[in-house]
Design a protein around this ligand. Structure first.
Ligand SMILES: C[S@@+](CC[C@H](N)C(=O)[O-])C[C@H]1O[C@@H](n2cnc3c(N)ncnc32)[C@H](O)[C@@H]1O
Length: 466
């Protein structure tokens, strides 16, 4: 038989064999949605070419929906699919809350009725607890508290992609099923100041010649307590018109600061009208350009309150706050309730400097240390005087640190996580090292999306008395 696979030249110039087209891709099949998966898609099954069952991930559906879908692309162990026709919807879908819902890929779960959404999100926490090794369903259910949800119009950080072409200027989020960017002038999750600034920004870029506007690639905006802090990332340095235009825009909308970043170069402030600041436990902390903030003030408050609640029952003098950022938790750990000494550890230099500055001004009992906790986690000696360790790592989790905590950690650990998968892995490690998971609080700062924050209290089981 003739071999139909075409020879082609790869980018490296070497000859290879073109990947064979997957015969399932493009196929239309009828499915019934069984469940909502971890990323918020409806889950269904269909028969593959070999007759075996494969998973189908469908956007914008509810369990029980009967739909005809087109398989679009291979996705992990199954196929991503798009609804072509609805045969039956036993349960009504909720009306979208955002005018951009149909196009924008940002918050894909607006079609879930409110109660179903809250139950689904809380169940993500219950599943993470099960994956951490607690196989008893009733026990996992009992450990997980009520979902703390941030309201619409409360997200204080936006990371917009920007595309300026002859077709127009787009400042927003990736469209569903595509790399196109959709403008979001009425985004329902961001704080109104950010939405308003996005709209001004789009108009400003539209007023420029396209090749001049075309260097802008993304805009990161943090709503600090005293105004917006904006970082524009671009492929080239700004020309004079761009600099002047952005400085005027900063004036017009009363931005705290606007800065420019070309490639990997350091960020250059274009206009600073005041230093952007946030307050933690009453202490003003300068926000580094593009620095990390908890996504909503309400989410930060819920996490801090859960921490204070746990600490009310823990006699702690010495606390270690790992992956502390600019101190969202550090100041309340040190200054609220019993005054405690805190060692705050963070890898990012700009965050460390901002925190050190605020600690100095507040004369707080906090020592700040810069350290890469992936490569050089705290060891047994570093941990020996701590009563409590708090950690809040990025999405990758705190594997290296948890391996050491499992053997040498203090009696109490308070864990925060923005990724249920790495949360489950890290908590399992700690449980294997002798910690008992006592409580989990799910915190929803990313309304109508699949993202979830988790707070957990762990206590080292004491050896039984002889
Ligand atoms: C989820 S944020 C939490 C920050 C802080 N706890 C808060 O709530 O604002 C994770 C933090 O870990 C820091 N980080 C990331 N990788 C790190 C590493 N390898 N070592 C130390 N810190 C790191 C980031 O800079 C960031 O500040």
């Amino acid at each position: 038989m003739k071999n139909r696979s075409r020879n082609f030249r790869s980018r490296s110039g070497r000859r290879g064999t073109a990947p064979r087209r997957d015969p399932m891709v493009g196929k239309e099949v009828d499915v019934r949605i069984a469940d909502i998966g971890a990323r918020g898609d409806g889950l269904a099954e269909t028969a593959a070419i070999d007759g075996k069952s494969v998973l189908v991930y469908v956007d914008g559906v509810l369990p029980g929906d009967d739909v005809r879908v087109k398989l679009r692309q291979k996705r992990g162990d199954g196929y991503g699919a798009e609804v072509m026709a609805v045969h039956a919807r036993p349960k009504a879908h909720a009306d979208a809350k955002c005018p951009h819902y149909e196009k924008c890929g940002g918050c894909s779960l607006q079609h879930l009725p409110d109660d179903d959404y809250r139950i689904w999100k809380r169940q993500r926490a219950v599943q993470a607890v099960r994956r951490a090794g607690i196989s008893d369903d009733a026990e996992a259910e009992m450990l997980v508290g009520t979902l703390e949800t941030s309201p619409p119009s409360s997200r204080r950080r936006a990371d917009f992609s920007v595309i300026c072409t002859q077709d127009g200027v787009f400042v927003g989020y990736a469209e569903r099923f595509s790399h196109h960017i959709v403008n979001v002038p009425g985004c329902a999750v961001l704080v109104p100041e950010i939405v308003e600034f996005r709209n001004h920004c789009q108009s400003f870029l539209e007023s420029l010649p396209r090749d001049s506007a075309g260097i802008v690639k993304s805009i990161v905006i943090n709503a600090a307590d005293n105004g917006l802090d904006v970082v524009i990332s671009a492929s080239a340095e700004p020309d004079l018109d761009m600099r002047q235009g952005l400085a005027e825009l900063a004036d017009f909308v009363d931005l705290a600061r606007i800065a420019w970043k070309t490639g990997d170069n350091p960020t250059e402030p274009l206009a600073q009208r005041r230093v952007p600041e946030v307050h933690f436990a009453g202490v003003a902390v300068p926000v580094p350009a593009g620095g990390f903030l908890q996504a909503t003030r309400q989410g930060e408050k819920a996490l801090t309150a859960a921490m204070a609640d746990a600490l009310a029952h823990i006699p702690a003098r010495q606390v270690i706050d790992l992956f502390c950022g600019i101190g969202s938790f550090t100041f309340s750990l040190a200054l609220q309730g019993d005054r405690r000494r805190v060692l705050a550890v963070e890898g990012d230099d700009t965050a460390v400097r901002a925190l050190q500055y605020a600690v100095g001004r507040a004369a707080a009992p906090i020592e700040v240390s810069r350290r890469d906790l992936f490569r050089q986690p705290l060891d047994a000696d570093d941990l020996k005087n701590a009563d409590v360790v708090v950690f809040d790592p990025p999405r990758a989790g705190a594997l290296a640190q948890c391996e050491i905590l499992a053997d040498f950690g203090p009696e109490w650990i308070l864990a925060v996580s923005c990724n249920p998968a790495t949360f489950a892995r890290d908590i399992r490690l700690l449980r294997n090292g002798g910690y008992e998971l006592q409580k989990v609080v799910p915190v929803d700062q990313f309304l109508w999306s699949a993202h979830l924050e988790l707070f957990a209290v762990l206590r080292r089981a004491l050896p039984a008395a002889a």
